[in-house]
Design a binder for this molecule. Sequence first.
Ligand code: CA
Length: 173
Amino acid sequence: MRILLVEDEPDLGEAIKRILTQKAYIVDWVQDGMEAGDYLENQWTQYTLVIFDWLLPGLSGIELCQKLRHQGSLIPLLILTAKDTEADKIMGLDAGADDYLVKPFGMGELLARLRALQRRSPQLQPQKLQVGNFILDYQLYTFSYQKSLIQPLTISLTNKEFQLLDYFLHHPN
Ligand code: CA
């Protein structure tokens, strides 16, 4: 699963990226709302979820959220913010966010919320990616090579191998 993380606080962004990568998520981390918009419009990157801070340089998290929903995007959106009043939460959710996590939060809770968002949006979860005779399985973390009339050769992957192969298959040239 590929996640776009939009967080302008370096220590927090670094910590979130590290824990998600350990859990075998593929994470692209940007620190600016405008840059996040560019990443999401880039046809070579396929995200299954976006985690974003509310207060960002460029475009705020709320503006990013509204822009994506206005464009018809159904991608799951999780807001991270220190804004913790009821009015703030209502504004965030009404802007199109699917979930709202108030800072400071524990990484265990962040991971649980990501799992919940994944469960709610199975249609957005790629099961497999096939390029030519190569198949990467996102559920089983395996890589297969299919030759006609021969049983596919399938190997299990470590996290790092999985992330590299996912990158290579998304950039076939
Ligand atoms: Ca911020």
